[in-house]
Structures are given as structure tokens and as C-alpha cells.
Design a protein around this ligand. Structure first.
Ligand code: KIV
Ligand code: ZN
Length: 377
């Protein structure tokens, strides 16, 4: 079994989602819960961006007991100084700094050249290494960058002292197969493999963030990044709970983490409330319908044996199984099961009539509630 590191960026990239700003109290509560869960790294903010973010990184650094606390910086000395200062109380501190790696970013964002970008990356990683024990470098827009250039960039920043090289699919552009090939290619061709690990950080613009993240770790990345509920810039980041559950359920991947999934439900609701950002009902793992069976065929199968339609026991993530939903799509088995559970007795010969009355009611109401059932007898 290979163990990958879990890097949570709910407080930094997650908070970049429009309208998702968190209070300091919320940030501290979420950081404490992530720490208890056992994530390896908590990215707490971007200190130069505002006095509030500087303070948040300082305070999170003061309370986190086990995880490494990370702060974001651009490839500028003043950003790195601000990050190093904000992290001064962290037990283990990391600065993540980076610069564009795709030709689009190099030309249209930096009006620069590949050679100049490599020089800047080397200088700023060297400087950050003199200010902080751990330096993570991000090759922005790696998803659209040349794989050969990413190999050169990785070698350059590792030589300058980076211990982690993040190859983000910043714009959520890759398919899982393309991202797998990218990470595998860089991993195969880079030098000094024992000096640094690769990290994967995927955005969800085309709905492939989680799939890409898993492809990245399968291709050899030693760290995977995500946010609770998949919150984040634009369509968001890879959802941490999805990554954790995939690695848990798919034991044929032989990849583990040290994060404890039993905190997932609690964290999901904390983040959703704090960001005033409801979780969509059919969201994998944490949506309110994620474990709800509504159709007659599925309900009958679940009542015979839960393994027919359940691949996850919600207790693993600190959740509970909801009752079977009674709707116009429900069958006799589910209705009988609920009547029995509520000790509502009826003569066997009457059941067909009860079921017909149930269907009439269910066609009128979206859900038939427990209190409706006694009126059917
Ligand atoms: O998506 C991205 O490229 C980022 C970097 C700052 C890591 O969030
Ligand atoms: Zn990002």
C-alpha cells in the first residue's frame, strides 16, 4: 500500500469561490476539525492578499497541532516575506509559491519567455527556502503546459530547494487519461526523485476534478489536493470527501491516506453553513440523497440485501442511513417494510387496497410521510 499525503485548501482555494468568504472563527473551527481528521497539510490562506487573510494564517498557525500549515505566495519576495511572517507560529510551516507554466500564461499573463520564467522560479524558490523549512512550488496551468517544459521546471525548482512540486490543472482542462499521462511523464523524466514529491491539484470546470486527481495519484503523485464539498474558484476544486472515499472503497488501487473519513459529514455541514453554500442534493458522498433509495426496484433490492445497491456504509463518514423514501416510485416491499417498522398492523388480504390508496396519495404528494400512513389503513 502506498500512502499519499492529503493537502486541504478549503480555507484558501475553497474560499476563492464567489460569495464563500469565511469569518476568522469559521476558519479556526474548520482548521481544527481538519487537523483532528488527520489531513497532512492545511492551506490557510494567502497572507499578502489582505490583512484579514494574514491574520487568519497567523491564528490557524497558532492552533493547528499536527498538520503542516501552508500559506500561498506569488513568485515575489514581498509575498514570500508576508507568508513566512504569517506562518511564524506554525509547528510545521510550508510556503507554496508559483508562476505560470503554460505558454498561454507565459505569453499573455507574464509577457515573458520560458527561460525567464525558469530563472524567476529558481530565484524565488531559493529565496523562499531561506525563509521557510518547506517550500512547495506550483506550476500554474500545468494542465495546458508542455510536458517537457514541466520536466525542466520541476528539475529547476527542486534544485532550488522545493520539496513538493504541484502540477495543477488550474483550468480543469484535462481528461483523466491526459492528466495521468502528464503526471506519469513528469515523474518518469524528472531528476532527483528522492528530493521531492509531485502534487496534484485539479479544478472542476468540465466535471473531471476528482477523476483527474485519482488519475494523478495513480500516475505517481505523492500528494493530492482538494476542498471540502469541492468548493472553490469557478466550478470548484476536487472534493476531498470524494478523493478519500474513492481511495477507501477502491482497495484495488492500493493507495491509502492517514485522514479519518468519519469527520466527513460534520465537516461538510460546517463548511456548507459557514459559506452559506448548500450542498446539492445529489452530490456524491455528502448530498442529502447520496444514500437515499426511492424507486421500487432499488428499495426491494436493498431490503433483500443492502449490498445490492450500496457501496458505502454511511457510518464510515460519520453519517446515518436515511429511511427508504416513500414516493410514487416506491413498491410494495418498501411500503410493507415501513408499516411494519411503525407497528401499523393490517390484514394480509387488505394490503393491495392499502397499496392502491398509497399510490393515489403519492401521486398527489412528492413524499408520503410516516404520519400519512395510518390514514391508509
Ligand atoms: O489552481 C491553481 O493553479 C492554484 C494554485 C495557486 C495552486 O490554485
Ligand atoms: Zn486552484
Amino acid at each position: 500500500m502506498k500512502q499519499v499525503k492529503i493537502f486541504d485548501t478549503t480555507l484558501r482555494d475553497g474560499e476563492q469561490g464567489p460569495g464563500s468568504q469565511l469569518t476568522l472563527e469559521d476558519k479556526l473551527a474548520i482548521a481544527a476539525k481538519l487537523d483532528a481528521m488527520g489531513v497532512d497539510v492545511i492551506e490557510a490562506g494567502f497572507p499578502i492578499s489582505s490583512p484579514g487573510d494574514f491574520k487568519a494564517v497567523t491564528e490557524v498557525s497558532g492552533i493547528v497541532e499536527n498538520a503542516t500549515v501552508c500559506a500561498l505566495a506569488r513568485a515575489h519576495q514581498k509575498d514570500i516575506d508576508s507568508a513566512a511572517e504569517a506562518l511564524r507560529d506554525a509547528k510545521t510551516a510550508r510556503i507554496q509559491l508559483g508562476i505560470g507554466a503554460s505558454d498561454i500564461h507565459i505569453k499573455y499573463k507574464f509577457n515573458s519567455s520560458r527561460e525567464e520564467i525558469l530563472e524567476k522560479a529558481f530565484d524565488m524558490v531559493s529565496y523562499a527556502s531561506s525563509r521557510c523549512d518547506e517550500v512547495q512550488f506550483f506550476a500554474e496551468d500545468a494542465g495546458r503546459a508542455s510536458n517537457d517544459f514541466l520536466v525542466r521546471m520541476t528539475d529547476t525548482v527542486v534544485q532550488a530547494g522545493a520539496k513538493i512540486v504541484n502540477l495543477p490543472d488550474t483550468n480543469g482542462f484535462c481528461t483523466p487519461f491526459e492528466y495521468y499521462e502528464k503526471i506519469a511523464y513528469v515523474n518518469k523524466h524528472r531528476k532527483d526523485k528522492d528530493k521531492a514529491i509531485l502534487s496534484v491539484h485539479c479544478h472542476n470546470d468540465l466535471g473531471m476534478a476528482t477523476a483527474n486527481s485519482i488519475a494523478g495519484v495513480m500516475a505517481g503523485a505523492g500528494q493530492v489536493e482538494g476542498t471540502v464539498n469541492g468548493v472553490g474558484e469557478r466550478a470548484g476544486n476536487a472534493a476531498l470527501e470524494e478523493i478519500l472515499l474513492i481511495l477507501l472503497v477502491k482497495d484495488n488501487l492500493s493507495i491509502t491516506t492517514k485522514a479519518d473519513p468519519k469527520f466527513i459529514v460534520e465537516l461538510s455541514s460546517m463548511v456548507s453553513k459557514a459559506m452559506s453554500n448548500p450542498v446539492q442534493a445529489n452530490k456524491a458522498i455528502v448530498g442529502k440523497n447520496a444514500f437515499a433509495h426511492s424507486s421500487g426496484i432499488h428499495q426491494d433490492g436493498v431490503l433483500k440485501d443492502r449490498r445490492n445497491y450500496e457501496i458505502i456504509d454511511p457510518a464510515i463518514i460519520g453519517g446515518t442511513l436515511p429511511d427508504l423514501v416513500l414516493s410514487a416510485r416506491s413498491g410494495r416491499a418498501a411500503l410493507k417494510d415501513r408499516l411494519n417498522a411503525l407497528s401499523l398492523t393490517f390484514a394480509a388480504d387488505d394490503f393491495e387496497k392499502i397499496y392502491s390508496r398509497f399510490l393515489v396519495l403519492a401521486d398527489q404528494k412528492r413524499f408520503v410521510e410516516d404520519e400519512d400512513l395510518k390514514w391508509l389503513l
